[in-house]
Design a protein around this ligand. Structure first.
Ligand SMILES: [Zn+2]
Length: 479
């Protein structure tokens, strides 16, 4: 039994969850459920990043305390667990004491690489990051398209230069594996352009007292990224009770971070450097997804096209939303949402595709009575082929689902060719179809857990015999 650690990024809580957050959480959930289905022992983590300056500014605008703001909004992110059927084992908030203790311990272990200096630089509060002049686009933050703030302070810095060669080597050799390849290439070329030491604190005064104190210097707060990255290990008890930390991090078989392309650099460079400095084991894989546009436009409050995943779920259903995000958006690239695309996919693939096939077969089987699970060689081979492509492609979710849906089409074609309604003996045909559907239910389990459950219940296989029980349809058509 392998021990697998899987995390999502932790989100800023100055706003509500949107479709992009939903995509990432669902993707990570699929990987977690897949590993559990293989019998692995999984620790699946999500959480919220609460020590950022943006929270201080947003709370000021809303005339509430920062604590009230983060409590209120963190809850909304936690509630995605239910609304999107996510299977987190833990949810960490970076304002929790267990995190504060662990983040300070990590800082102390890095102390040999931390020094103080006067500095002047351009800072984006949205990114919580300093930018070099040549990284800006028309003088604006490349991520937020907003002007930056000129900051002049005496802060602590981390000697990143000490680790540049080592990190480049780890990434080139896939010891820290970044998928997809193009995100790996971006990191290599960023390292080649020369890594500078990075600032790891800010004046407590500028942070308005919000954040985690630098150990031994209460005039400074730990830079929010240094603190946030530590969540992956503080949630496992690092700096407190380290049993889970030893089990899943130090001795884990896989440690996978699911993140967006905009924060790849923090995870591929800063995080490993901090861990190397502290003498802690490194993560093994970065799964880097893209962004979702809505009608080919960036989601933004000013355009008013921000999609709240909870609205989609209540309008359609959880598995409809999960399916769209996993099938229509390429797993490791950008994609687009529109209501039109959503309804088209839903009706074609779920209502008419899987839903229709399932209800046709279940209706015939119920009329026929008990069916032995005894498929012919051809069906067994076809299903086995789909399983091998499934295992091979798994994290390319859209392609994996494509393989499952080919099997669904093939079942439809088989019914049309065989015309079981014209045949006296339907046993073999039904056996082949029910066997395929049983496997399809298993294949979709990580993607569409509720639907998989409903299918298994209706197929009702016991000791190699299907005693089909017809219940509600899987996906009512959207009219
Ligand atoms: Zn920015």
């Amino acid at each position: 039994m392998k021990k697998i650690f899987i995390s999502t990024a932790i989100d800023y809580v100055n706003g509500d969850p949107h479709l992009g957050h939903a995509l990432e959480k669902i993707q990570a959930d699929v990987i977690a459920r897949y590993h559990r289905s293989l019998g692995d022992e999984v620790f699946f983590l999500s959480g919220t990043d609460e020590n950022s300056l943006k929270n201080v500014q947003t709370a000021e605008k809303q005339k509430i305390s920062v604590k009230e703001l983060v409590d209120k909004n963190s809850q909304k992110f936690f509630d995605l667990k239910k609304s999107l059927n996510l299977s987190y084992d833990d949810f960490i908030r970076t304002t929790e004491q267990r995190h504060i203790t662990g983040a300070q311990k990590l800082w102390s272990l890095c102390e040999k690489d931390i020094y103080k200096k006067k500095y002047k630089g351009l800072y984006c509060v949205g990114c919580e990051e300093f930018y070099k002049e040549d990284e800006l686009e028309n003088g604006l933050c490349p991520e937020h398209k907003k002007p930056l703030e000129l900051i002049e302070e005496e802060n602590y810095f981390f000697k990143l230069e000490n680790y540049a060669d080592k990190i480049k080597d780890l990434i080139e050799k896939d010891i820290i594996k970044i998928i997809p390849q193009k995100r790996k290439n971006e990191i290599i070329s960023f390292i080649n352009s020369g890594l500078q030491d990075f600032c790891v604190s800010r004046l407590s005064e500028r942070a308005k007292g919000w954040g985690i104190d630098v150990p031994g210097d209460s005039t400074q707060k730990i830079w929010v990224w240094f603190d946030a990255l530590a969540n992956y290990i503080t949630a496992l008890g690092f700096g407190n009770n380290e049993e889970l930390f030893k089990k899943f991090w130090e001795n884990g078989d896989a440690k996978l971070h699911v993140i967006g392309k905009g924060i790849n650099r923090f995870h591929a460079i800063y995080w490993p450097a901090m861990l190397l400095s502290a003498g802690i084991t490194l993560p093994k894989t970065l799964f880097v997804h893209g962004y979702i546009t809505v009608n080919n436009q960036k989601m933004s409050k000013s355009i008013g096209n921000v999609i709240n995943p909870n609205d989609l779920v209540s309008k359609y259903n959880i598995d409809g939303v999960r399916y769209f995000l996993l099938r229509e958006i390429p797993a490791l690239d950008d994609g687009d949402f529109s209501y039109e695309k959503f309804e088209k996919r839903y009706n074609a693939d779920l209502a008419s595709g899987l839903g229709n096939l399932f209800s046709r077969v279940i209706a015939m089987a119920e009329k026929h009575g008990e069916v032995l699970n005894n498929p012919n060689q051809y069906t067994k081979k076809e299903v086995e082929n789909t399983w091998s492509k499934y295992r091979e492609k798994f994290v390319y979710f859209n392609e994996t689902l494509g393989e499952i849906w080919s099997l669904i089409s093939s079942c439809d074609k088989y019914i049309d060719e065989q015309k079981p309604w014209e045949k006296e003996d339907k046993e073999e045909i039904l056996s082949n179809l029910l066997f395929s559907l049983k496997n399809i239910a298993q294949m979709i389990e990580p993607f569409l857990p509720e639907t998989s459950k409903k299918m298994k219940e209706q197929l009702n296989e016991e000791n190699g015999v299907f005693k089909v029980e017809k219940k509600e349809s899987l996906f009512p058509k959207i009219l």
